[in-house]
Write a protein that binds this ligand. Sequence first.
Ligand code: PLP
Length: 436
Amino acid sequence: MAMQPNVDLDAALKEAEDKYAIANPNSRAYHEIASRPIAGGVGRSALYFRPFPLAFLRGEGAYIWDVDDHRYADFMGDYTAGIFGHTHPAVRRVIVETLDGGIALNGPHRHEAPFAEALCRRFPAFEQIRFANSGTEANIWALTLARAATGRTHVMAFEGCYHGGVFNFEHGPAPVNYPIPWVLAPYNDLDGALALIDRHGNDLAAVIVEPMAGASGCIPAEREFLQALRDATREKGIVFVFDEVMTSRLGPNGYQDEVGVMPDLMTVSKHLGGGLSFGAFGGRADLMKHYDQTGEKSLPQSGTFNNNVLTMTAGLAAIEEIYTEDAARDLNARGDDLRARLNGLADKHGLPVQFTGAGSMLNIHFTAAPIRAPRDVRGTDLRKRDLFHFDMMDQDHFLARTGMIALSLPMTGTEIEGLVAAVDEFFFSRRSLLAD
Ligand SMILES: Cc1ncc(COP(=O)(O)O)c(C=O)c1O
């Protein structure tokens, strides 16, 4: 059904929110019930949106069904972790087969090394790795290793970057952040970052960066910026860390290979566990040797579920059978094509709107001004973003409230054409509200 044009942004948003609430009584009830035992009613803060989040029943392929029996094309893709789509048969098969052999085996087991080897083959930065359970944990370990190896305390991070629940710099350092002495540098600002490295270099154990700022709007770092960080950190003996938790999907060999800049350490998570809880970090063998327990002194790195049998087998199937290097090339080409088409629509309607990103990750922004850093989108009107979210759901497309879109492998022409049509309709029917 065509959306109604509206003269006033506040009124349009209110109308869209009311319509959403009426259409989703079971999700509302679910949120009320969940809010009793679960603080805030959601298990992950990022899943909440006003007036209440959708609750889901099940997923299959590129689609998800909510508790009010609406079917959505899933363009959220679990913030990039859901790259395989739902209930992928190869992941399912390997999980069921693995269950028969037991999942808590008390010691090293036959599934770890093949998975670790596959990750090292896939990502040039990985000479050796260690496993963890999430991207947050992987970053905790990588920064801990850098601090132990250098004997220094400080870590440089970048405005707008997100490295996990306790490493959140989206709006400056979050109060819940891990208590490291942080040096916060501007993203994609080569001179600004180099000046800070100059000033704090002797205290800096690590510089950590998302090669594309994901959560704060899919804003890629420029190659020259990353190369300058690479050179400066090498010169000062600082460990250079790429957080590729999201971006490792953006090329057959990670985003490091796309930009041609190699970090000392790299962290991964999300899709690489085949959809199960997973994290890993690794890199230069001379740094990773700190975990060698045959020597006098070694660095401990423990975690009951680090070598979780289910994750090891699902992850191996995921990268060797499903998200192969060819599949990565193909999916990212689909994303590049989609971004060009969506930006073409904004041009066609003459609207100050743009889609940023790389490969299979995109983000809508309601500004025509150039976007080089998360700070460039901080002042944009969030009412437009929220309206977009409601209107997309109204047209059976689910994506993140932040406007992030992550493609998944089962998305064929049908879903992509559906999204293009929905965005076209949104631009057409809301044009007067988006024009300035
Ligand atoms: C770049 C980046 N690093 C780290 C994390 C944290 O990963 P996890 O949620 O698995 O702890 C995320 C999560 O979205 C992320 O986007």
